[in-house]
Design a protein around this ligand. Structure first.
Ligand SMILES: Cc1cc2nc3c(=O)[nH]c(=O)nc-3n(C[C@H](O)[C@H](O)[C@H](O)COP(=O)(O)O)c2cc1C
Length: 156
Protein backbone atom coordinates (compact mmCIF):
# COMPACT_ATOMS: atom_id res chain seq x y z
CA UNK A 1 0.00 0.00 0.00
CA UNK A 2 1.23 3.45 -0.89
CA UNK A 3 0.17 6.41 1.25
CA UNK A 4 0.94 10.00 0.28
CA UNK A 5 0.50 12.61 2.99
CA UNK A 6 -0.01 16.09 1.52
CA UNK A 7 1.00 18.80 3.97
CA UNK A 8 -0.36 22.34 4.16
CA UNK A 9 1.30 24.36 6.89
CA UNK A 10 2.34 27.86 7.88
CA UNK A 11 4.37 27.32 11.04
CA UNK A 12 5.22 23.62 10.82
CA UNK A 13 2.66 21.99 13.13
CA UNK A 14 0.96 20.04 10.34
CA UNK A 15 4.37 19.00 9.05
CA UNK A 16 5.28 17.62 12.46
CA UNK A 17 2.00 15.68 12.52
CA UNK A 18 2.73 14.30 9.04
CA UNK A 19 6.23 13.20 10.07
CA UNK A 20 4.80 11.36 13.09
CA UNK A 21 2.21 9.68 10.87
CA UNK A 22 4.92 8.70 8.39
CA UNK A 23 6.95 7.06 11.16
CA UNK A 24 3.92 5.32 12.65
CA UNK A 25 2.66 3.91 9.34
CA UNK A 26 5.87 3.07 7.49
CA UNK A 27 6.13 -0.55 8.64
CA UNK A 28 7.58 -2.19 5.56
CA UNK A 29 4.17 -3.14 4.16
CA UNK A 30 3.02 0.43 3.65
CA UNK A 31 5.14 2.91 1.70
CA UNK A 32 4.47 6.31 3.20
CA UNK A 33 5.65 9.66 1.91
CA UNK A 34 4.90 13.08 3.36
CA UNK A 35 5.07 15.87 0.78
CA UNK A 36 4.77 19.58 1.46
CA UNK A 37 2.11 20.96 -0.88
CA UNK A 38 4.50 23.69 -2.11
CA UNK A 39 4.65 23.63 -5.89
CA UNK A 40 2.24 20.69 -6.30
CA UNK A 41 -0.56 20.67 -8.85
CA UNK A 42 -3.68 18.54 -9.10
CA UNK A 43 -1.64 15.92 -11.04
CA UNK A 44 -0.35 14.67 -7.67
CA UNK A 45 -3.62 12.76 -7.33
CA UNK A 46 -2.59 10.58 -10.28
CA UNK A 47 -0.17 8.77 -7.97
CA UNK A 48 -0.98 5.20 -6.98
CA UNK A 49 -2.34 4.56 -3.52
CA UNK A 50 -4.28 6.62 -1.05
CA UNK A 51 -3.90 10.14 0.30
CA UNK A 52 -3.99 11.91 3.64
CA UNK A 53 -4.60 15.65 3.57
CA UNK A 54 -2.86 17.11 6.60
CA UNK A 55 -3.40 20.85 6.66
CA UNK A 56 -4.01 23.79 8.96
CA UNK A 57 -6.20 26.89 8.54
CA UNK A 58 -5.11 30.51 8.11
CA UNK A 59 -6.40 33.99 7.36
CA UNK A 60 -10.16 33.84 7.62
CA UNK A 61 -10.69 30.14 7.16
CA UNK A 62 -8.26 29.86 4.25
CA UNK A 63 -5.81 27.14 3.32
CA UNK A 64 -2.18 27.94 4.25
CA UNK A 65 -0.09 29.81 1.65
CA UNK A 66 1.85 26.68 0.65
CA UNK A 67 -1.44 24.87 -0.10
CA UNK A 68 -3.02 27.60 -2.20
CA UNK A 69 -1.58 26.59 -5.59
CA UNK A 70 -2.77 23.00 -5.23
CA UNK A 71 -6.21 24.06 -4.00
CA UNK A 72 -6.65 26.56 -6.84
CA UNK A 73 -5.41 24.05 -9.43
CA UNK A 74 -8.11 21.58 -8.30
CA UNK A 75 -10.72 24.34 -8.61
CA UNK A 76 -9.50 25.40 -12.04
CA UNK A 77 -8.85 22.03 -13.70
CA UNK A 78 -11.55 19.99 -11.96
CA UNK A 79 -9.96 16.59 -12.70
CA UNK A 80 -12.00 13.42 -12.33
CA UNK A 81 -10.85 12.01 -8.97
CA UNK A 82 -13.28 9.12 -8.76
CA UNK A 83 -10.38 6.68 -8.27
CA UNK A 84 -9.01 8.65 -5.32
CA UNK A 85 -9.50 7.63 -1.68
CA UNK A 86 -8.39 9.99 1.04
CA UNK A 87 -8.53 10.98 4.70
CA UNK A 88 -8.29 14.40 6.33
CA UNK A 89 -6.29 15.29 9.42
CA UNK A 90 -7.15 18.94 9.93
CA UNK A 91 -5.71 21.60 12.20
CA UNK A 92 -7.34 24.76 13.44
CA UNK A 93 -8.26 26.67 16.56
CA UNK A 94 -11.75 26.98 18.04
CA UNK A 95 -10.96 30.56 19.01
CA UNK A 96 -11.74 31.19 15.32
CA UNK A 97 -15.30 30.01 15.89
CA UNK A 98 -16.70 31.08 12.51
CA UNK A 99 -13.98 29.41 10.46
CA UNK A 100 -12.87 26.54 12.69
CA UNK A 101 -10.91 24.00 10.61
CA UNK A 102 -12.04 25.53 7.32
CA UNK A 103 -8.68 24.94 5.58
CA UNK A 104 -9.05 21.14 5.71
CA UNK A 105 -12.79 21.48 5.09
CA UNK A 106 -12.09 23.32 1.82
CA UNK A 107 -9.93 20.40 0.61
CA UNK A 108 -12.51 17.88 1.77
CA UNK A 109 -15.29 19.70 -0.09
CA UNK A 110 -13.41 20.06 -3.38
CA UNK A 111 -12.14 16.45 -3.35
CA UNK A 112 -15.68 15.15 -2.73
CA UNK A 113 -17.02 17.42 -5.47
CA UNK A 114 -14.47 15.95 -7.89
CA UNK A 115 -15.62 12.42 -7.13
CA UNK A 116 -13.03 11.27 -4.57
CA UNK A 117 -14.10 9.14 -1.59
CA UNK A 118 -13.22 10.11 1.95
CA UNK A 119 -12.36 7.24 4.29
CA UNK A 120 -13.41 7.90 7.90
CA UNK A 121 -14.33 11.18 9.54
CA UNK A 122 -12.41 14.41 9.00
CA UNK A 123 -10.30 14.96 12.11
CA UNK A 124 -10.47 18.52 13.45
CA UNK A 125 -7.66 19.35 15.83
CA UNK A 126 -8.22 22.34 18.11
CA UNK A 127 -5.02 24.21 19.03
CA UNK A 128 -6.80 25.84 22.01
CA UNK A 129 -7.54 22.42 23.56
CA UNK A 130 -4.03 21.83 24.88
CA UNK A 131 -3.98 18.39 23.22
CA UNK A 132 -0.78 17.77 21.24
CA UNK A 133 -1.76 17.29 17.58
CA UNK A 134 1.23 15.07 16.77
CA UNK A 135 0.06 12.55 19.38
CA UNK A 136 -3.52 12.57 18.14
CA UNK A 137 -2.19 12.24 14.60
CA UNK A 138 -0.56 8.88 15.32
CA UNK A 139 -3.72 7.48 16.90
CA UNK A 140 -5.92 8.90 14.14
CA UNK A 141 -3.81 7.54 11.26
CA UNK A 142 -3.68 4.04 12.74
CA UNK A 143 -7.48 3.98 13.01
CA UNK A 144 -7.72 5.41 9.51
CA UNK A 145 -5.58 2.63 8.03
CA UNK A 146 -7.73 0.02 9.83
CA UNK A 147 -10.85 1.54 8.23
CA UNK A 148 -9.14 1.48 4.86
CA UNK A 149 -8.24 -2.19 5.28
CA UNK A 150 -11.79 -3.07 6.41
CA UNK A 151 -13.06 -1.38 3.23
CA UNK A 152 -10.54 -3.29 1.08
CA UNK A 153 -11.61 -6.62 2.61
CA UNK A 154 -15.29 -5.81 2.10
CA UNK A 155 -14.76 -5.05 -1.59
CA UNK A 156 -12.85 -8.29 -2.39
C1 LIG B 1 -3.06 34.34 11.68
C2 LIG B 1 -3.74 33.04 12.00
C3 LIG B 1 -4.99 32.78 11.47
C4 LIG B 1 -5.67 31.58 11.77
N1 LIG B 1 -6.94 31.37 11.27
C5 LIG B 1 -7.62 30.25 11.64
C6 LIG B 1 -8.95 30.05 11.21
O1 LIG B 1 -9.56 30.86 10.48
N2 LIG B 1 -9.59 28.90 11.60
C7 LIG B 1 -9.00 27.97 12.40
O2 LIG B 1 -9.62 26.96 12.72
N3 LIG B 1 -7.71 28.14 12.83
C8 LIG B 1 -7.01 29.25 12.47
N4 LIG B 1 -5.72 29.42 12.91
C9 LIG B 1 -5.09 28.39 13.78
C10 LIG B 1 -4.09 27.46 13.06
O3 LIG B 1 -4.71 26.74 12.01
C11 LIG B 1 -3.53 26.46 14.11
O4 LIG B 1 -2.80 27.18 15.07
C12 LIG B 1 -2.68 25.36 13.51
O5 LIG B 1 -2.35 24.42 14.52
C13 LIG B 1 -1.40 25.89 12.89
O6 LIG B 1 -0.77 24.82 12.19
P1 LIG B 1 0.52 25.05 11.26
O7 LIG B 1 1.67 25.39 12.16
O8 LIG B 1 0.73 23.72 10.60
O9 LIG B 1 0.22 26.09 10.25
C14 LIG B 1 -5.04 30.61 12.62
C15 LIG B 1 -3.77 30.89 13.16
C16 LIG B 1 -3.12 32.09 12.86
C17 LIG B 1 -1.76 32.35 13.48
Amino acid sequence: MRITILVGTMTGTAQLCAQEMELALDDGEARVEALLMDGLGSGVFERDGVFIICTSTYGQGDVPDNARALYEDLQRKRPDLSRVRYGVFGLGDRTYAETFNYGPKRFDDILTELGATRIGERHQHDASSGVLPEETAVEWCQQWVSKLQEGNRASV
